[in-house]
Design a protein. Sequence first.
Length: 233
Amino acid sequence: MISRRLVCLAAALAPVLARAQSPDPKFSGWLACLRSDALRAGVDQGTLDSAFSNIQLIPRVMELAHNQPEFKMSFDEYLAVVVSPERVARGRVLLKENRPLLSRFAGAYGVPESIQTALWGIESNYGTRLGDFEVVSALATLAYNGFRAKFFREQLIAALKIVSQGHIGLHGMKGSWAGAMGQCQFIPTSFLAYAADGDGDGRKDIWTNKADVFASIANYLHRVGWRPGEGWG
């Protein structure tokens, strides 16, 4: 049986890796192993060539990883930030504006329009705060630096699969430092499990397409056990 180490070495010798934007041979070797794992997971060669010729380590990602405000606030402090009066007022306006589209998925999944809108507001301030990190590079930074390495390596391969499937381009896949993506801030494995094609165009675009955003939110809540008529608490 060909060992994983030998497969990684063969990948490391591939010319395409010379284009990876890192002079660090340790990182290049790590990418070689990642390439072989991603190929086995179904990511196509073209996606990997493009991703690995552009991938970069982002120091700011590690700064943010070690300074997460959610773990430094009380619940009341956090609630005041994410459920401000301004956000509530804006949500009421957008609920009214988007009700026809929201209603389509409320009926299909049994998730009320108000709940879809609330999750949209909490996760991305109604699509205005998606994050500006390139997700593949951010996840590579976390996994390579050993920050929850197994988890973020899994997310990285899932992100590459999303690009490979044609849902979003490599540079259009923007998100948070931790790889939460789009207007509903799905991590890549959640995208693969729950993202939905709301307008039937064959793509699941949670970055720019509100039909896909609302369908994905409703599908997610439905799949994880939303029970109609029950209070949120």
